[in-house]
Design a protein around this ligand. Structure first.
Ligand SMILES: [Zn+2]
Length: 236
């Protein structure tokens, strides 16, 4: 039997295993598992981001409160100055102090609004964070349930594919060692490393083979597809 034909028989069995593994990878359980995993990952990241945002807002809150205190102190100073020494002051000084007092009140109002906005933002973030944190245990539980389901599905596929693996193992000593090694290295990037040539085309990627390659192939040389790298052969 031609080396490539033996390899072709090997690939047929190998592809049955690949199909089983692909079915497992595309299973509903795995899809749900990925969704659950991503939800958890996102939730944990969001919680972390919100914690950082919340602590930055607390710093702003402290800064803003401190500014208000300073403004209040100055307002008190100005008021005291006006009430105690207004008699000895010029009208200009009195006007200046009154104007400063009004400016300070404006500043105080602005700071107050800023502080209220900060408080609102903190409350909003902490509420969202609380809700998210409350969801985490259930999400973790869902994830664990799905993980176990997927593990048992995986184990089942491993069990079902075991006879096929044995079959492959039994075939391997009959194959050309170098060809098998080459097959396995291509297998890492595509499911079917061996590609029959039909109508002058590689059936793996549908690329038309150059005539030189077709001649080499016909002469029995080992030829790889220039386009996809699969091992080409003419199937009888
Ligand atoms: Zn190809």
């Amino acid at each position: 039997m031609d080396e490539l034909m033996k390899m072709w028989e090997y690939q047929k069995v190998d592809l049955k295993i690949t199909a089983m593994e692909n079915k497992l990878k595309g299973s509903d359980t795995r899809k749900k598992l990925m969704v659950a995993r991503n939800y958890l990952k996102d939730a944990q990241q969001n919680i972390k981001n919100m914690e950082a945002e919340s602590s930055a807002l607390r710093v702003s809150y402290d800064t803003s409160s401190h500014k208000m205190e300073t403004i209040n102190e100055r307002i008190d100073d100005v008021a005291a100055e006006l009430s105690s020494s207004a008699q000895e002051m010029t009208m200009q000084d009195v006007d200046r102090l009154k104007k400063e007092s009004m400016d300070l009140r404006d500043q105080l109002n602005r700071q107050e609004r800023e502080l209220l906005n900060i408080i609102k933002s903190i409350e909003k973030i902490e509420l969202t964070m609380k809700k998210l944190i409350a969801n985490v245990p259930r999400a973790k539980n869902d994830f664990e349930v799905l993980r176990k389901m997927y593990e048992s599905e995986s184990a089942q596929v491993a069990q079902e594919s075991e006879p096929l693996r044995k079959e492959l193992e039994a075939m391997e000593p009959e194959l050309d060692a170098e060809l098998l090694e080459h097959y396995k290295s291509i297998k890492k990037r595509c499911a079917n490393p061996l590609s029959p040539v039909v109508g002058g085309q590689c059936t793996g990627c549908n690329m038309e083979l150059p005539s030189a390659a077709q001649k080499k192939l016909a002469a029995g040389s080992l030829v790889e597809c220039d386009n996809c790298g699969r091992i080409l052969f003419i199937k009888d």
